[in-house]
Structures are given as structure tokens and as C-alpha cells.
Design a protein. Structure first.
Length: 221
């Protein structure tokens, strides 16, 4: 009735009822938390994971041991960097991925499912897996200190190159998540290439090189 058009209590009840049953709020929340992969979280990301066939629970290897280059460099380390294998279980287990990491792996897996497994495609997947988001595009990028790329050895093998030593967890992502495509070939190799521009070595002043230092300061190259 017209005399109740401005009644504060009645108008308040109507407004609160409209807010409670307004489907727009539900649709907005559904879009943000489930439909939009860039903002989805929790249960929404679990749905995306099932769509691309990627579990939030991922097997990981937690321990690194001493070994030589004949083995995969991802799980072995040279002298003074890891202990000898003691015969115990290698720390295999499962971890529950955080929303941020799970989202990156889902995007990488979705691209892996539809890509042609070219060198360019594999390099893009590596950015999804290990890159750092540095621009507004939302796609991870490399930094000067942290880069990773694939090279074709022209002998039915590929090499994945790192400029840093991957942790056991990062290696587990690459090996155990089944995200990285497997093109026709016989072997994947891994190589760690230090960023020599950031390293310092033993040397003499005649070289006029700022990276060189005298005895007992830096190691031999």
C-alpha cells in the first residue's frame, strides 16, 4: 500500500530478503570461485583438476642423495651437496598442492593436452611450471637468474636446461605430475647450466675482470 512505501522496517525487510535470494550474488560467486580459472579456488580448482585429469595430491621425493652425472641430475647431487644413500626409503610421499601452485599446474596440463609438443610448446609449459609472474598478462615469465628451456640434441633425445639447481619438489613436479608432454623419441636429459655472469672465480688482476679474486677468496673455475 502506498502509505508503507517509505516505512523503514518494511523496506528493510524487503531489501534484506532481496539480498538473500538474489541469484546475481550466487552467479558472481560461482564465476569467481569456480568458472574463472584465474580466480577459482578450493572446490572450484578441484573441478578444473578433474577436467584436465590432474590430482591435487602429487607424489614427491623429499630427499636428494650423492650421485654421478650418469643418473638424472634432478635427483642426485655432486660432492658436498647431498649425503650418500643410506638404504632407507627415499622419502616418497604425497603432498596437497596449494591453490596457487595447483592453478599453475592445471594451466600447464590444459595446454599440454592440446599442444603439438614442439620445442616452443614445451618451453611455454616450463614457464607455467617454474616461471615467475612478472607482468599483467597472467602468464609466468623468466627472470635473469631463473630460466629453463628445451634443446633438441638431434639424436632422438631432448635436454631440459636449468640455470638453477631444482629442488626435489620441483623435480617431482616435472617427473611425477605427468604434465610435461612426451614427444616421439628415446630419451630426456637434464642439464644444470650455472649463470656464470653472477659467479666469481680465482684469477689475477692482469685480467681486469671484476669476477676474479685472489687466493683464498674464490674457487678455481
Amino acid at each position: 500500500m502506498a502509505q508503507y512505501a517509505n516505512a523503514p522496517r518494511l523496506c528493510g525487510l524487503i531489501d534484506r530478503m532481496n539480498t538473500a535470494i538474489d541469484p546475481k550474488i550466487i552467479f558472481d560467486r560461482f564465476y569467481d570461485e569456480v568458472w574463472n580459472i584465474n580466480t577459482a579456488k578450493g572446490y572450484g580448482l578441484d573441478i578444473w583438476g578433474r577436467i584436465v585429469s590432474l590430482s591435487r595430491m602429487m607424489p614427491v621425493i623429499t630427499n636428494l642423495y650423492f650421485g654421478f652425472a650418469e643418473e638424472t641430475i634432478l635427483f642426485i647431487r655432486p660432492f658436498n651437496q647431498a649425503p650418500f644413500y643410506n638404504g632407507e626409503v627415499n622419502g616418497d610421499g604425497y603432498v596437497t598442492l596449494s591453490d596457487k601452485l595447483y592453478r599453475s599446474l592445471i594451466l600447464a596440463k590444459a595446454f599440454s593436452n592440446i599442444c603439438s609438443a614442439t620445442i616452443s610448446d614445451m618451453n611455454r609449459i616450463l614457464r607455467f611450471l617454474f616461471g615467475v609472474q612478472t607482468d599483467d598478462s597472467g602468464e609466468p615469465q623468466w627472470t635473469e637468474e631463473r630460466q629453463c628451456w628445451v634443446t633438441d640434441n638431434f639424436d632422438m633425445s631432448l635436454t631440459i636446461n636449468f640455470t638453477w639447481s631444482p629442488t626435489a619438489f620441483e623435480a617431482s613436479i616435472l617427473i611425477n605430475s605427468e604434465i610435461f608432454p612426451r614427444p616421439a623419441g628415446v630419451l630426456f636429459k637434464y642439464k644444470i647450466i650455472p649463470n656464470y655472469s653472477k659467479l666469481k672465480f680465482f684469477g689475477f688482476s692482469e685480467a681486469k675482470e671484476p669476477r676474479y679474486s685472489p687466493f683464498d677468496v674464490e674457487s678455481f673455475f
